[in-house]
Design a protein around this ligand. Structure first.
Ligand SMILES: Cc1cc2nc3c(=O)[nH]c(=O)nc-3n(C[C@H](O)[C@H](O)[C@H](O)COP(=O)(O)OP(=O)(O)OC[C@H]3O[C@@H](n4cnc5c(N)ncnc54)[C@H](O)[C@@H]3O)c2cc1C
Length: 381
């Protein structure tokens, strides 16, 4: 009998299990594939971390998220966190940067507002005219995702948590308010609570529990561009280029491919996470082609020291909700079945806090942060 079983050893499940293990709970983390698999959302070498958010409920998570990532880096001895700064750029006419600067002032985030031409002077490697404006956040940085997962999971084991890889959860059977039965590909367990952190697979496990969430499992193309001048982008800040308020392209230096800059369109295909779909044959491929042409134009015009042709392309999964906000809630009828899903394109940096909130649900204590933003009810399912 476990206090908690966490399903899914991505960044959310791993942090949730770690919080529980640190509180002395008997916790089991189950992962259907190998720990280092690349079929979910949490693998790879780089994720942006920044405090710069317009929404207060995201911004308020970031101070403690930074603290917990820093503590983990120290305690694990694994070097996964670099502060390189973060820069957001957009056309003045959109008004996005004004909102971000307002948010920096409101939440005391160290920043510098810049006109397009000042951006070029401060960051050779970027090219914008004064139709554009930008905000630079000193505290922005990059997390090495693979090393983060390694650190979280090693700490979990150090604190007495169990992690079983290659063990797929096949069925979850609620017994009563303090007991859930979990059947896997190799065993069967009882637990006081179960926390589903299954990313794109969440609805598959929820189906027999009569719940389907408005989640979309999506595949994204991560694109890497070769530098024309060596090392010009290797110590660069992470970058978000907002085409309009809610449509963006993002870039960051990458250790995975020295001499390349990761710069991607935040665009995705809806797929079944278990289908090995060939994106070249996907119904949205024409749209994807247009997006690729668009990002290539942006590289040509604004990142002049990159060869304007993607040299490496890698697929990755995303799980989105209609409002791109997370779902952190309990199953409406089975309160000891807890769900952490729909982390969309920005769930990595906040994972220490999301994991903390989910662990508080499991412990049945009041969450440390306001959670009404993340409830299932907002979608009227
Ligand atoms: C290309 C890309 C770039 C991104 N950039 C950023 C960024 O810069 N900054 C940022 O903050 N965020 C970013 N994100 C988002 C962030 O990476 C995700 O929000 C986060 O990784 C989601 O983690 P997760 O644990 O919810 O999902 P996952 O990592 O997918 O983990 C779910 C796990 O559950 C397992 N599982 C599912 N079903 C079962 C089952 N039945 N039994 C056992 N195991 C099961 C899966 O195998 C998987 O390992 C990015 C995402 C992508 C794809």
């Amino acid at each position: 009998m476990y206090d908690a079983i966490v399903v899914g050893a991505g960044v959310i499940g791993s942090w949730t299990a770690l919080h529980l293990a640190k509180k002395g709970r008997k916790v089991l983390l189950l992962e259907q594939y190998e720990r280092s698999h690349t079929r979910g959302s949490s693998h790879g070498q780089s994720r942006i971390i920044r405090k710069l958010y317009v929404d207060q409920h995201h911004a308020q998570l970031m101070d403690e998220a930074y603290q917990l990532w820093n503590e983990l880096q120290t305690s694990s001895g694994i070097d996964f966190f670099k502060i390189n700064g973060h820069i957001a750029v957009c056309k003045k006419s959109v008004g996005k940067i004004k909102k971000l600067v307002g948010s920096c002032e409101k939440y005391g985030i160290e920043h510098k507002a810049l006109d397009g031409s000042h951006v070029n002077a401060e960051f050779p490697g970027l090219k914008f005219n004064d139709d554009f404006e930008a905000v630079y956040e000193q505290t922005g940085g990059v997390l090495n995702a693979d090393k983060c997962l390694q650190a979280i999971q090693e700490e979990l084991i150090k604190f007495g948590g169990e992690l079983h890889e290659n063990e797929k959860v096949l069925n979850i059977e609620p017994i009563n308010a303090s007991r859930v039965n979990v059947q896997t590909s190799t065993a069967e367990y009882d637990s006081a609570s179960v926390i589903l952190c299954c990313g794109s697979w969440t609805n598959k496990l929820l189906k027999p529990l009569d719940l389907q969430l408005p989640l979309k499992a999506c595949k994204v193309q991560v694109t890497y561009w070769k530098e024309k001048v060596p090392n010009i982008y290797s110590k660069f800040p992470s970058l978000i280029y907002y085409k309009v308020d809610a449509v963006s392209m993002y870039g960051l230096p990458c250790e995975a491919y020295p001499g390349y800059f990761k710069f991607c369109f935040h665009y995705h295909f809806v797929i079944d996470p278990d289908d090995e779909e060939d994106l070249e044959k996907h119904p949205s491929r024409e749209e994807a082609k247009m997006r690729m042409e668009e990002i290539t134009e942006v590289v040509k015009n604004h990142l002049p020291y990159l060869v304007p042709e993607p040299k490496v392309m890698e697929p990755c999964m995303l799980t989105t909700t209609p409002d791109t906000d997370y779902i952190l809630d309990r199953h409406p009828r089975h309160k000891n079945i807890i769900i952490g899903a729909g982390m969309s394109g920005h769930g990595f940096k906040t994972a220490p806090i999301v994991g903390k909130i989910l662990s508080e649900f499991a412990d049945d204590v009041t969450p440390s942060y306001a959670v009404h933003y993340y409830v299932i009810d907002r979608f009227h399912t």
